[in-house]
Write a protein that binds this ligand. Structure first.
Ligand code: GUN
Length: 294
């Protein structure tokens, strides 16, 4: 069997078009433009690229965006003051502090300082807790993009064995919670999986991954998932973006795994574009939540 390639880029374009239409309608009614404020600390090259692509996507969808830059040796208090200013600015609906931050800044202190109503990354403890309790406000962009990809491709998750490799706060943990929950933004068919989370210290990893109907690789190691770890016909979602010899490769050994899986996402052009699309979704949602009566 050769897997069907899941075209994340095309699905992200479709979502972005739908959102642009919704933004135009919402903005015309209220004379308010949803606004995302992004913060870049230091000059991490990958972060520069990601933030640029997020801001360009905002512009194309009719959203406003701001960019706030701080130098890599700024004090933690400088960043906290900036976050406080954005929290109090009614023209800013969504706040995104691009990670990673320099080592001398406590990431959780910064994320905790963001007003949870403006937390379009869904990294604040309150928003994480709400997902855990099955009553989300915002969903983190990458796992939400994966749910959209599955739904829009007609792949049902309910009742399936899902294995998530990776336990990060950004992808692994929220992905597992969302797949396990009773419902999703797209209905119960995209939830209700039986979920196992594996990580770098899991013993007998292959025995576990071979059980998976849905395998999500988010461990940050190039070509970590090999063909022998995949159940024939499985849906394989590759969240990895690793640079190897100037080439972008995922966490899945794409060519051999493609011969075994039923569906697979490529890198690039799979999950990445969906992350950006779902950030636009959250920014519009943030504006809606902050102007419920407007
Ligand atoms: N760094 C890598 N991915 C992300 C993301 O989704 N949001 C933020 N804020 N930083 C990141």
């Amino acid at each position: 069997m050769v897997a069907t390639i899941l075209d994340g880029k095309a699905i992200a374009s479709q979502i972005r078009e739908e959102l642009a239409e919704e933004v135009a309608k919402w903005t015309a009614k209220r004379a308010i433009t949803p606004c995302l404020a992004a913060v870049l600390v230091g000059d991490h090259p990958a972060s520069e690229v990601y933030v640029r692509s997020k801001r360009r996507a905002c512009e194309q969808a009719g959203l406003e965006s701001q960019l706030h830059r701080l130098s890599g040796d700024c004090r933690e208090s400088d960043l906290l003051e900036l976050v406080d200013r954005m929290n109090r600015d009614p023209a800013v609906h969504g706040i995104l502090v691009q990670l990673p931050l320099p080592a001398h800044i406590h990431e959780s202190k910064i994320l905790d300082a963001i007003n949870p109503m403006k937390d379009v990354d869904a990294f604040h403890a309150e928003n994480v807790g709400r997902i855990c309790q099955g009553r989300p406000r915002y969903l983190p962009c990458t796992p939400h993009g994966i749910v959209q990809l599955l739904h829009r491709t007609g792949i049902k998750v309910s009742g399936k064995q899902a294995v998530v490799i990776g336990r990060s706060d950004i992808v692994g943990k929220p992905m597992a919670m969302m797949l396990m929950n009773r419902d999703s933004t797209l209905g119960p068919a995209c939830a209700n999986a039986t979920v196992t989370v594996c990580h770098s210290r899991t013993a007998g990893l292959g025995d576990i991954t071979r059980q998976a109907d849905l395998l999500v690789a988010a461990i940050g190691r190039p070509r970590f998932v090999t063909a022998d770890m995949v159940k024939p016909g499985a849906v394989v979602i590759d969240v990895g973006i690793n640079r190897v010899d100037d080439q972008l490769v995922g966490d899945v050994d794409f060519e051999p795994v493609k011969q075994v899986a039923g569906h697979i996402t490529p890198v690039p052009g799979g999950v990445g574009p969906l992350t950006v699309a779902m950030l636009l979704y959250n920014t519009l949602l943030a504006a809606k939540l902050q102007h419920t009566s407007a």
